[in-house]
Design a protein around this ligand. Structure first.
Ligand code: NAD
Length: 307
């Protein structure tokens, strides 16, 4: 087994760290020597109310075990205040885990604009605001680890979660671009897609399964992604039950629907070739937009070969 992974001297900010997954991450980071900012607004499952005790309880637990932690009670929409707590208390920030989240499940037919906005605000804007506040510190010190929290509801869709699943996919787009923009400054961004027993899932999964889905089984994956020895950047890691795997988009080979570049295509050509367009045999993953654009050049090339 590798040497024990330590975080001595590192300052970690975890949003929504008062319960569930965030709490499990916080306890493990602190037990490995990190100084942890426990952000939690202490609100209800749907984003209502607030309670400082939620963050305070985790801070006490860490301190009682000999670790270092400080509470912050701000909404992630005021991410700059959360990051400021790290700077004021510990003078730096090295790791940011964007984890805070709520649900407002409704079928799309019954979803109000406010159900949409509240979810997008907490998950997407809150993660953006907190990350943007940390970004200048990461750039200056040429080091930073960022985690965004997505969901299988986003990756695969889920009945009654149009607001939540779209917000969770937005975070993947955000992570994709920050992984590119941050790389030259030593800022690595990855996405965790957890499945865990928490108040968000207690009435969704059967009790026996719920008890097996321990948040503590996901925390080690997040810790590794945030460790200085880990060079992973721009990845989506799904995890539950002590299992973890990487997830990425693949695209079919597709087919060219015209024989030369002076020809236009019509809907019937699409209909006739639909089987080839969606045939996933030999489907490929593309590492970057440059690779995808490069393949488009091959389409033009194929026409000049046919002249
Ligand atoms: P949880 O409800 O147990 O914990 C979330 C914490 O975030 C709560 O303590 C809450 O007070 C806090 N919070 C909510 N809104 C906040 C805000 N605006 N500002 C600051 N704090 C806020 O939920 P959890 O299951 O541990 O979820 C953690 C993250 O994981 C969420 O982003 C959730 O969407 C995501 N997730 C969870 C699961 C799962 O199976 N539990 C699956 C996929 C994704």
């Amino acid at each position: 087994m590798a040497n024990k992974l330590r975080f001595d001297g590192k300052v970690v900010v975890i949003t929504g760290a008062g319960a569930g997954l965030g709490k499990a991450y916080a306890l493990l980071f602190a037990s490995r020597g990190a100084k942890v900012v426990i952000n939690d607004l202490g609100g209800g499952r749907h984003g209502d109310g607030s309670n400082t005790k939620v963050a305070d309880t985790v801070v006490s637990e860490i301190k009682q075990s000999g670790g270092e932690a400080v509470a912050n009670y701000d909404n992630v929409l005021e991410g700059e205040k959360i990051v400021q707590t790290a700077i004021n208390t510990y003078g730096r920030i090295d790791i940011l885990v964007n984890n805070a989240g709520i649900l407002r499940d409704k079928t799309f037919a019954r979803m109000s604009e406010s159900d949409w906005d509240v979810i997008h605000n907490v998950h997407v804007k809150g993660s953006m605001k907190t990350t943007q506040a940390a970004w200048p510190y990461f750039r200056k010190q040429k080091y930073g680890k960022i985690i965004f929290t997505s969901s299988n509801s986003g990756l695969y869709g889920n009945f009654g979660q149009a607001n939540y699943s779209s917000a969770k996919m937005a975070l993947i787009g955000l992570a994709n671009t920050l992984a590119i923009e941050g790389q030259s400054s030593g800022i690595y961004t990855n996405v965790i897609v957890p499945t865990a027993g928490s108040r968000l899932t207690e009435d969704i999964v059967p009790p026996d399964f719920f008890n097996e889905l321990k948040p503590e089984l996901i925390a080690p994956i997040v810790l590794w992604l945030c460790h200085e020895d880990c060079s992973e950047n721009g990845s989506i890691i799904e995890s539950a039950l002590g299992w973890a795997g990487k997830c990425h988009l693949i695209r079919s080979n597709g087919c060219i629907l015209r024989s030369n570049k002076n020809e236009l295509i019509n809907p019937e050509a699409v209909q006739d070739n639909w089987g080839k367009i969606i045939d996933m045999t030999n489907a490929k993953h593309y590492e970057s937009i440059v690779d995808v654009s490069g393949e488009l050049m091959n389409v033009i090339e194929s026409f000049s070969n046919k002249k």
